[in-house]
Design a protein around this ligand. Structure first.
Ligand code: C5P
Length: 215
């Protein structure tokens, strides 16, 4: 089973993906980490050649262990990830990595779940299940603000909302794999839902699909 889980930042994908992976015994790939690893490399090599060329080179050389380096969740890395993700050659270099994971998940997993922005549309258009989570920009900014505060960061809510808006616009307006729901995705607005409610609704959808497929 391959599950494609897409949506904008802080819509609840990460929490849902971890719970679905445990529930269905699937290997999980947070594809945002791939773009973050490329962004981190571009930030680290600052001053050596053009940003676009450095990003393409970093994408070409990406190794699985690069996703485990510390600091990938930092806001500056996220902002650079969203910039490098708009470069078509960067995305092209990263397609095989993601498809290989989806088709041959590590360990003895019964399948895979990939979360990102273009999994249902570009990376795994034949996924067994496609889910697209959304939430209002205010709700997503509030969640991100709480996360940052819990992590000890000093920031103001208006700044978090502005940064999120900037990233949303870039992710949705880019020509290469823009953030759009797949036509056959199960769409869920999580603005007023708890993590448990989101999980229950998505599991009901997935189980319904599995039983329809089996009958
Ligand atoms: O989800 P996360 O915030 O970790 O993603 C960082 C950035 O990587 C996003 O803002 C987006 O621009 C990019 N991304 C993408 N396609 C994916 C996953 C992430 O373009 N499948």
């Amino acid at each position: 089973m391959i599950i494609a889980l897409d949506g904008p930042s802080a819509a609840g994908k990460g929490t849902l993906a971890r719970r679905l992976a445990a529930h269905y015994r699937l290997a999980l790939l947070d594809t945002g980490l791939i773009y973050r690893a490329v962004g981190a490399r571009v930030l680290a090599d600052r001053g050596e050649g053009g940003e676009t060329d450095r990003a393409i080179e970093a994408a070409r050389k990406l190794q699985p262990q690069d996703l485990e380096q510390p600091g990938l969740r930092e806001e500056a890395v996220g902002a650079m990830a969203s910039k490098v993700a708009a470069i078509p050659e960067v995305r092209l270099h990263l397609i095989d990595f993601q498809r290989r994971f989806a088709k041959t998940p590590p360990g003895h997993a019964a399948g895979s779940i990939l979360d990102g922005r273009d999994i249902g549309t570009v990376i795994c258009p034949d996924a067994d299940v496609k889910i697209f989570l959304t939430a209002s920009a205010e709700a997503r900014a509030e969640r991100r603000f709480q996360e940052l505060q819990a992590a000890g960061a000093t920031t103001i809510k208006a700044r978090v909302l502005a940064d999120m808006h900037e990233r949303d616009v870039r992710d949705s307006a880019r020509s290469a794999a823009p953030l759009v729901p797949a036509a056959d995705a199960f769409q869920l607005d999580t603005t007023t839902l708890s993590a448990d409610q989101v999980f229950d609704r998505v599991v009901a959808h997935i189980d319904g699909r599995i039983s329809r497929r089996g009958s």
